[in-house]
Design a protein around this ligand. Sequence first.
Ligand code: ADP
Ligand code: MG
Length: 694
Amino acid sequence: MAEAIAQEGTIPESRAAPKASAPVRALERMGLVRDIDLALHVPLRYEDETRLTRIADAHDGDTVQVEGVVTDSQVTYRPRRQLVARIRDDSGSMVLRFVNFYPSHQKALARGVRVRARGDVRAGFFGREMVHPGFKAVEPGAPLASALTPVYPTVAQLPQAYLRKAIASALQRAPLHEMLPPEVVPAGLPALRDALQRVHHPSADAALGALLDHSDPAWQRLKFEELLAQQLAQHEARLQRASLHAPPLPAVPGALHDRLLAALPFRLTAAQQRVGREIAADLAQPRPMHRLLQGDVGSGKTVVAALAATTAIDNGWQCALMAPTEILAEQHFRKLVQWLAPLNVGVAWLTGSRKGRAREAMVARAASGDAALVVGTHAVIQDDVRFARLGLAIVDEQHRFGVEQRLELRRKLGSQASGGQEPHFLMMSATPIPRTLAMSYFADLDVSTIDELPPGRQPVTTKLFADTRRDEVVARIRDEVARGRQVYWVCPLIEESQTLDLKNATETHRQLCAALPDRMIGLLHGRMPAREKTAVMSLFGGGQMPVLVSTTVIEVGVDVPNASLMVIEHAERFGLAQLHQLRGRIGRGSDASVCVLLYGGALSPTAKERLRAIGQTHDGFEIARRDLEIRGPGEFMGARQSGDALLRFADLAEDAPLLQHARAVAPRLLASDPQAARAHVQRWLGNRADYFKA
Ligand code: ADP
Ligand code: MG
């Protein structure tokens, strides 16, 4: 959203009045429809029209309001067409300069008119001046504003003055009565209506700093309201879930689960054993499990999921495992077949590229129950896919699915267990969710964390290189390949332009083919046919192809332990958590591994600092926390896809104490005054309340 310049004078009356439809449409587009929406559209900053500065006292760099009579007004053409007006008070004179102006400006600034102008003063060639000040005509002695003037985020079609009026009147009409019992609200915070009044129209002597940094009690009240709504929605979702039924899936001693455990070529880490017990305890209950299994890349989540799957199968139920990409689904499929086929477990495989008779056969196996385990992409939840007895649904890299997709998934799979029962859900994520975020967005999820890597992993060394040193990097690749090791080269996915992506990856591929003419260099990108992707992946996985150039399709979960070098091109375009995940593809074997971050062009010091930060820490939680600071929770929520910011007022990094409070009072309020609780959620979230169930 652009902030339109706050200047009443730019809107010629004759244009604004009869055609109110453009601003009205803009209001709608910004979601400002109900009075309450407008009342909750809060200012970005304020302008002080409560006092006047003498022109002689207005200094370079000050933001002031002055009042004077226009002594001269003309359109000049050097250096470009502009309107230049000079105003004078009894202390001096000042130039008002407009590069963009309407004829109405000229009229409004005719000689002899008395105006008040607001803006930044600068020392110009002809003395003091303001460029594009806000201004309005006034009668001599007109009263000054009694409150600060709010400046709202808006768009060009919605003039600040129009929006200001709309909000001021909506604020009067909006149903802002207190709905919360006073004991719920933290002590010392104003009533909601008073808080909004203060945020929109602070008095002339208000401490502006506290309003701007949102520490003011009025802001605290808004934040609390919002956090409470969110906690209530979550708590309600949790209560709803507790009333559902699921098939209890207790451990069956000596059956598949135990046999798989005995057949594994490694011992589970202590952390894997612990989360395994947490999951087993949930599965044994007659209520659906709803658990998030988080663990850094390489921490070994897949085997934990496979063990949970065998428990479901031991009880005579089916399990579905869904992954966000075809490559990942395929990899899971292979691994699971390798583990489970010797135990005579039927595994089916469903992806978007699987069509025709092969697909029909898989769908039939799911429907008949012949496939005890069905692995795939979102194809698993397509309409015609039915399960005979779905007892457990596992979603890998769940944060890669958007909020809407996750809801869809729960709706679809939720109806697939037989006898009015729901399946158990296990979500997995390699992007560890910071505590505050887990508390605020995922309260309906129980969380298990694998906080330990399998033994023998070598930490990955991360190096930062300017793109101009590409040749050195290529030389390094040659060495690595000569030692029998494998290399990933990752190119960024530019969402707006898949074509550009492709160019980037194919160009790099061509360069590497030229530099290593006797080696097989693979290329992998999102638009390749699935069959081809699979072929490339299996060549790389099998070791015949030492170098793989790819877009971020390899980001999630790919596991090739012999890969020891990763080059990430245009590393500055990636999020920190994403870089960390990518980097997690290497360092899986026992050899030391290196990740080279190539950055293009001139990088700002902060951008470089950010990349350096990732070299200094290997703690996925720490990285996720920083990413949260830099990019906000959208990354974790998949909210980006839905375009909806879930928190508008509160800030998870700053408002942990308020969040704690909201979290503590939400269950009490739901119990003591469910009607107030529901009304509060409706006021703040409307239909977005559903998001907290995803
Ligand atoms: P992620 O948690 O990132 O999904 P994976 O499940 O792909 O990690 O596991 C990474 C690799 O570590 C796999 O090759 C897996 O077989 C192996 N692995 C998992 N658990 C252990 C363990 N306890 N000891 C040794 N290797 C393990
Ligand atoms: Mg994984």
